[in-house]
Design a protein around this ligand. Sequence first.
Ligand SMILES: O=C(O)CCC(=O)C(=O)O
Length: 259
Amino acid sequence: MRASLIQLGVDDDEPVAARRERAAGLVRAQSGSDLVVLPELWPVGAFAYTSFAAEAEPLDGPTAETMSRAARDAQVWLHAGSIVERAADGPMYNTSLVFSPTGALVRTYRKIHRFGFDQGEAVLMGAGDRPVTARLPETVVGLATCYDLRFPELFRALTDAGAQTFVIPAGWPERRREHWSLLARARAVENQAYVLACGTAGTHAGVRQAGHSVVVDPWGEVLAEAGHDEEVLTAVLDTGRVAKIREEFPALKDRVLGR
Ligand SMILES: O=C(O)CCC(=O)C(=O)O
């Protein structure tokens, strides 16, 4: 399975509508990949809290509509990162969107762990309340978003639900880049699963982004890693390796707690 992670540059000087079209063009350019991934909250910027309300959109809003067309044009599975979702009953959520190659929105995931402690996303957004998986032709994907990476119990729940590949869009700050790289590998090793962790490049709302999107295999080896700037990171996943490693080194079967 060929996966392409679009480490999109998110900078204050690019209008949201222009970035949306640019992202769609980058998705279209990945035709030939099986799965394409965009980062967290890339239309507005994960730290652009003051713009969240103005840029919030419904699940059939401009980003979803543009991404649906891009997935269909490229004939790819598209994890379109996340948007600020404005729910019909009022609250906002940090919601990831997964499209099939026909352009159908097949899964949404509302980020469970909101970042900011008593500020920002943590006070502006509602929290998701359930883990979500999506069955693709070659793997079962478990969905998580940015700060979720710090909560291993979510990844264990996704593993129990059948996940073999975790897709993690993020807007991770440069200041804690070592945590990002370390935790991405940890989640892969402890669950014996692929990790596709797609961050943003650039600086928005005064927060320099870590970049360094990464693809980790179920043995914890880094298959591909980006630098700081915008780039498309591509890796070929041998999806059969998950079952093979889980069988040859069956640590998941030795769990005692939480079964
Ligand atoms: O956990 C971190 O260090 C970063 C999390 C974050 O930036 C987010 O979830 O938006």
